[in-house]
Design a protein around this ligand. Structure first.
Ligand SMILES: Nc1ncnc2c1ncn2[C@@H]1O[C@H](COP(=O)(O)OP(=O)(O)OP(=O)(O)O)[C@@H](O)[C@H]1O
Ligand SMILES: [Mg+2]
Length: 463
């Protein structure tokens, strides 16, 4: 059945409409309608039942491998298929993962092939006699989530949630809606083991940021009656210790080797734009760090303003695949009298730019070679300032992910040996621009730790 547009409540447009959605989700609904499991051949085990019983906005079924998470998500999708105005969307990061044996589509065929539900191969959708539907999809690349821009679902579930980026998850809140008068709860669901690209944001959201409308249900392997525990435990013993703890014990806290802990990044986050209400001096003192890239890497210009003992990020400019002349014009635009010092990455692609800038602005610009020992020194200094709360950075999932790309693989003479990973957001280009900006504020290192609890309202930063 088609849902008429006029019947949609809350014409939610755009990103991150979580609050409005939460309000809608709290509306009453008929609980007794929720439990009809004739579509699933399995009886939910107690943890799956706890996951299904929660009808609030967000839930993560997480922890150890083999706990019945994927099956739990599909059971959740089937909870309301008796309602005509119900649509569910089940997601994996790639199509290949969606279609693998044992994965969501395969499982759905095992459960539904002999049922009255009809499969549409082209649409990857099950249609139920009531008119309800369950669709399978994937969000492989940033921006792919836009594919669901015109759709409306009451249940959206991400299998292996830590394989997704936070933006992909948050965007689809705007697709979680229901028709006027509908009593179907709006549910955003995830299932995941710890570890993986999205480990940090998933842990933060579901295990640390508590909310009444959000629940974490820990999955344990031994509770799943559908698995041969002995052989599965034996095969998990072959894994390295960190992965074993994540998969076997569902441990979200095993130590990793990233230089900057995730909690340290979030503790330095705050709105940072010029007009955030923080009084700057009549003549602001600016410090700039620039990390250069061209074809593979980003060029990032990171601008700090020093106020008291704190470096406030004023602007983060991210240039993707920009030609030399454009990069230079973006830098020149920002080179005014307020700029006290600029430190630029003089290696590789940055060499010519550094020379030109040093010549034009001899008292402000200085090249820094990001060799191994300088990387260690700059990284360590930035980390100490972050620990002392001398740094303010914008709240941005890409910055979080970028800062986590720097790994500490050893130590020499008190200086960490760092290695930079690559991911969809870049090659820690933002981190190095920030570290160079911090280096530019040279005197800053002698400053005392401070604690500022100012939390002005959230703003978006360009880039
Ligand atoms: N309630 C249940 N009763 C019987 N068998 C179940 C139940 N739940 C899941 N199973 C079976 O247990 C096996 C593992 O389940 P599932 O794939 O859902 O686990 P998972 O936690 O997603 O695993 P992974 O971590 O590997 O993704 C599957 O064969 C599934 O059919
Ligand atoms: Mg699974």
């Amino acid at each position: 059945m088609k849902i008429r547009k006029a019947a949609i409540i809350d014409p939610l447009e755009g990103l991150f409409m979580e609050e409005a959605i939460q309000e809608a989700a709290q509306q009453t609904f008929m609980e007794e309608e929720a439990y009809e499991f004739q579509w699933s051949p399995l009886d939910p085990h107690p943890k799956q039942q706890a996951f299904l019983d929660f009808l609030g906005l967000e839930a993560l079924y997480g922890g150890s491998a083999g706990g019945g998470k994927t099956a739990g998500l599909l059971m959740g999708a089937l909870q309301y298929v008796h309602c005509s105005d119900y649509s569910a969307l089940l997601l994996r990061r790639t199509y290949a993962e969606l279609a693998m044996p044992g994965a969501l589509i395969d499982l759905s065929h095992r459960w539904l092939d002999s049922s009255p539900a009809k499969w549409n191969e082209m649409m990857k959708t099950w249609k139920f006699p009531s008119g309800a539907s369950i669709t399978f999809g994937y969000i492989q690349h940033p921006g792919d989530e836009q594919r669901y821009r015109t759709s409306m679902f009451q249940y959206i579930a991400y299998d292996e949630l830590t394989t997704f980026q936070e933006n992909m998850y948050r965007y689809l809140f705007s697709r979680l809606r229901r028709g006027k008068g509908s009593t179907i709860p709006l549910r955003m669901r995830g299932a995941s083991n710890p570890g993986g690209e999205g480990h940090d944001w998933v842990k933060q959201r579901f295990l640390l940021d508590e909310k009444d409308t959000r629940r974490y249900v820990p999955a344990t392997l031994l509770e799943n009656p559908g698995l041969d525990h002995e052989s599965y435990l034996a095969s998990l013993q072959e894994l390295d210790e960190v992965t074993r703890k994540q998969l076997l014990e569902g441990d979200w806290d095993v130590e990793d080797d990233r230089l900057i802990p995730y909690s340290l990044i979030t503790s330095c986050e705050t709105p940072c734009l010029w007009d955030d209400g923080v009084t700057s001096k009549p003549r602001p003192q600016l410090y700039i760090g620039i990390d250069f890239g061209r074809t593979r890497d980003l060029t990032v210009i990171w601008i700090f303003e020093l106020i008291g003992d704190v470096l406030w990020t004023r602007e983060v400019v991210v240039l993707d695949n920009a030609p030399f002349s454009f990069q230079k014009s973006e830098i020149l635009k920002r080179m005014d009298r307020r700029v006290v010092a600029v430190r630029v990455d003089q290696g590789g692609i940055g060499m010519q730019m550094t020379e030109e800038l040093e010549e034009e602005f001899p008292s402000q610009v200085e090249g820094v070679s990001l060799n191994s020992s300088n990387q260690g020194r700059l990284g360590k200094a930035l980390k100490i300032s972050m620990e002392n709360r001398n740094i303010r950075i914008p709240t941005d999932p890409k910055i979080r992910e970028d800062f986590r790309l720097v790994r500490k693989i050893g130590q020499r003479g008190g200086i960490p040996i760092l290695e930079t990973e690559r991911s969809a957001v870049g090659h820690a280009d933002r981190f190095w621009a920030c570290a160079l900006g911090h280096e530019a504020a040279g005197t800053f290192r002698s400053m005392k730790p401070v604690l500022i609890s100012r939390q002005p309202q959230l703003r978006t930063v360009k880039g």
